[in-house]
Ligand binder design. Structure first.
Ligand SMILES: [Zn+2]
Length: 273
């Protein structure tokens, strides 16, 4: 049976001498992995099977294997500008890698497909920032249904505002944070600014994330909290080394050393996130 869909190339590697093994996240059929015969030397596929490329793709399913046979792929967007900056390539690689690990074969995940597509456009039009990368991770958790509860205490349900959220404790098991009254003595806490950081990362519309700037301390705590939540809740990420994209992390850390006068919190609550 032939199937047609839109897809984004998450992984692409040579297979034997002439073929490519390609994993795509498709708009309507989830993650699809297949073999593109003769893709290495023939012009049939052009650059359509390069990493991150957005394609119209047609494949043939196999009755005996999860692997499909990719018959045709036409480039819709090649993200050429993104590919001119090493840091942006590295960020796109991180997004594709996370997406590949957290999506499932043939399980539709249209929201995640759209999230990745919009973030690749953001990387194609803006320099990568800490805020852009972390907001992708936060929104990915959100789309997967694992977003931490950020509005109220997981212990007593009191809304986080004012003095009860000056410091909060992370509770991975309960999927959120505990207010001062509910925090066991000696438990490690994070600043309320970090909570606000995470709220903005989740709620700011994708088209505006390049304008987000967060205070340095909240960034450092926020990165740690976010990665702890990703590892805790997402099957397959327990042993994922976020530092594997060392170049990206180094660049983001250096880029975060801004003078205080340029730091601001760009609140942008909107339902269109
Ligand atoms: Zn509480």
């Amino acid at each position: 049976m032939f199937v047609e869909d839109l897809g984004i190339v998450l992984r692409s590697q040579p297979l034997r001498e002439r073929d490519r093994l390609v994993t795509l996240l498709t708009e309507n059929h989830g993650r699809v992995t297949g073999v593109a015969k003769g893709a290495i030397h023939s012009r049939r596929f052009g650059g359509s099977l390069d990493l991150f490329t957005s394609v119209s793709v047609r494949w043939k399913e196999s009755p005996t294997s999860e692997l499909v046979r990719i018959e045709e792929a036409c480039t819709r967007k090649d993200f050429a500008t993104l590919r001119t900056q090493l840091e942006n390539i590295s960020a796109a690689g991180h997004f594709a890698d996370l997406t590949c690990r957290l999506s499932q074969d043939h399980q539709p995940a249209r929201e995640i497909f759209l999230l990745l597509a919009h973030y690749l456009v953001a990387l194609d039009t803006h320099p990568v920032t800490q805020e852009l990368v972390r907001s992708f991770e936060m929104k990915l958790l959100d789309r997967l249904g694992y977003s931490p509860e950020l509005e109220c205490c997981c212990g007593c349900a009191a809304a986080f505002d004012g003095v009860n959220s000056l410091e909060v404790a992370v509770s991975l098991q309960r999927g959120g944070f505990l207010c001062g009254d509910c925090t066991p003595s000696g438990a490690p806490v994070v600043s309320g600014h970090t909570l606000v950081w995470l709220q903005h990362a989740r709620l700011t519309p994708i088209a505006q994330v390049h304008g987000l700037r967060f205070p340095l301390m909240a960034q450092e705590e926020g990165v740690q909290v976010l990665q702890d939540f990703l590892r805790y809740h997402c099957p397959g990420l327990q042993n994922y080394a976020f530092r594997s994209h060392a170049l990206l992390e180094q660049f983001l850390a250096e880029n975060a050393q801004r003078p205080a006068s340029t730091q601001s919190t760009a609140a942008a609550r909107s339902s269109a996130t």
